[in-house]
Design a protein around this ligand. Structure first.
Ligand SMILES: CC(C)(COP(=O)(O)OP(=O)(O)OC[C@H]1O[C@@H](n2cnc3c(N)ncnc32)[C@H](O)[C@@H]1OP(=O)(O)O)[C@@H](O)C(=O)NCCC(=O)NCCS
Length: 422
């Protein structure tokens, strides 16, 4: 379907034979990608074609007359948001032809992306920003930060008598999917694995996937690769650990024991995770930098802001969260939102919470709060508490005595994590 964006500009999903032009714009916008020769380009195109055929990823192009001037990818994700699985729109690969920057091509694309997911029935969207401020202005709020830990393998707990782990292969695809799915069920914010993401776990020979089985069932797995620890010594390696997925403490312990036994050959394990309590697991949590912070604080990890969330339909969001327990409270909260990029979300509604169950109505309320859609998006997915937003001047309340109540209402038992890169 071709949608007019104003002037000569239109946007539509791309055909397979237009992916080459998409790549041209993408390569020029991201010179750091450094695509090599024809063979590499052909391989990337083939991958894009397969991803497109998978049906969960949609490649869009913005056109001025017949010329493609911008591209993006949209993803139909299923997110576990608190208790509920729900459709969430993802966007990535936003790139604008160098000759057409600063002509609001990106703004038009993002607005279209948001509209598409309103039409598809989603309440929430997510993205990894190339620059957080660019998307914050468009109403996206920060997610949970990522920590990069770097620890010695022997700082991991010894664990119980050594449990066996094994290498997993494509034959274990279904078991990996099921294990991830149970982890997703226990946590907040995870996106269901798209088929091509699941397939890719097994295709890169440099990436190892190790699992722990109990009674024939895969109870946990981890992904890792070896990275040189220092340029001048090929024997010195680190492990770069990605995704530690497990059912229970016994499964985690088995996976950690495996990592610990690499101590003779591995200098450090570098683990990038949104888990900010991981240092409790380590006998020595220092990250090897030797940096002391503010007196006597040992650097344990560096951090980065990444994934951002945006609510696109407030009434639908509360419908999606119909089974969510909003802090067990009973209160009528007047919620006034600003949303300059998507004005349909702006305005006031009353969140009527009865024993933790929320519904929306109009009329009078016991307490009035207000904030921008970006902060509201962070608040409702559980990345930040209301009390903080209030202290920082990012949220208002008419009765400061009710800050604790509103904080409890929106507080999430688990902040949202995301293990999917897109
Ligand atoms: C980053 C990039 C996509 C930006 O594209 P662009 O088309 O130049 O950006 P735009 O012109 O649409 O700029 C955003 C516009 O949204 C507008 N905007 C932002 N928030 C707004 C809001 N709440 N309400 C109204 N307008 C808003 C901005 O004002 C800006 O318009 P202006 O320049 O008229 O002020 C492009 O430079 C690029 O391809 N860069 C390299 C690749 C890259 O980094 N991609 C991002 C990957 S996620």
């Amino acid at each position: 379907m071709v949608v007019k964006l104003g002037g000569m500009r239109t946007i539509r999903e791309l055909d397979e034979d237009e992916l080459g032009e998409l790549m041209r714009i993408t390569e020029q916008a991201f010179p750091g990608m450094k695509v090599g020769g024809t063979a590499e380009r052909e391989a990337i195109l083939e991958r894009l074609r397969r991803v497109q055929q998978g049906g969960f990823s949609h490649f869009y192009g913005v056109f001025e007359a017949a010329q493609m001037v911008g591209v993006m990818r949209n993803y139909d994700f299923t997110m576990k948001l608190h208790e509920t699985r729900t459709l969430v729109g993802g966007v990535g690969g936003v790139a604008v032809d160098l000759r057409h920057k600063k002509e609001r091509v990106a703004a038009d694309m993002i607005a279209h992306f948001l509209r598409v997911y309103v039409d598809k029935g989603a309440a929430l969207t997510a993205l990894y920003p190339f620059r957080p401020d660019f998307y914050r202005r468009m109403g996206f709020g920060y997610g949970v930060k990522l920590n990069r830990y770097s620890f010695r393998p022997d700082a991991l707990p010894t664990g119980r008598p050594r449990a066996r782990v094994e290498y997993l292969t494509a034959a274990d695809r279904e078991a990996v999917r099921a294990c991830y799915d149970r982890f997703m069920e226990r946590t907040n914010g995870l996106l269901a694995l798209l088929p091509h993401v699941l397939d890719n776990l097994f295709t890169d020979p440099a990436q190892h996937i190790v699992g722990y089985r109990r009674d024939g069932v895969l109870r946990g797995y981890l992904l890792f690769r070896f990275e040189p620890a220092r340029g001048d010594n090929w024997l010195a390696n680190n492990i770069s650990l990605r995704s530690l997925v497990y059912d229970d403490p016994a499964a985690l312990s088995a996976l950690l024991s495996f990592l610990r036994t690499q101590a003779d050959q591995v200098e450090r394990i570098v683990y990038e995770t949104q888990d900010d309590a991981f240092h409790y697991l380590l006998t020595d949590p220092r990250d090897g930098s030797g940096n002391l912070l503010a007196g006597l604080w040992h650097e344990t990890n560096t951090q980065g802001a990444g994934i951002m969330y945006r609510v696109i339909d407030v009434p639908r969001l509360f419908a999606v969260l119909g089974d969510h327990n909003f802090g067990g409270v009973s209160a009528a909260v007047g919620l006034t939102l600003t949303d300059s990029f998507m004005p349909a979300n702006a305005g006031r509604t009353v969140v009527d919470v009865d024993g933790g169950r929320a519904s929306l109505r109009t009329g009078a309320a016991g307490v009035e709060i207000g904030m921008d859609i970006a902060e509201f998006s962070s608040l409702v997915v559980g990345t930040v508490d209301f009390a903080r937003l209030y202290e920082y001047g990012l949220a208002t309340i008419d009765d400061p005595g009710a800050v604790a109540l509103v904080t409890q209402l929106f507080h999430a038992a688990r902040p949202p994590w995301c293990l999917t890169h897109f």
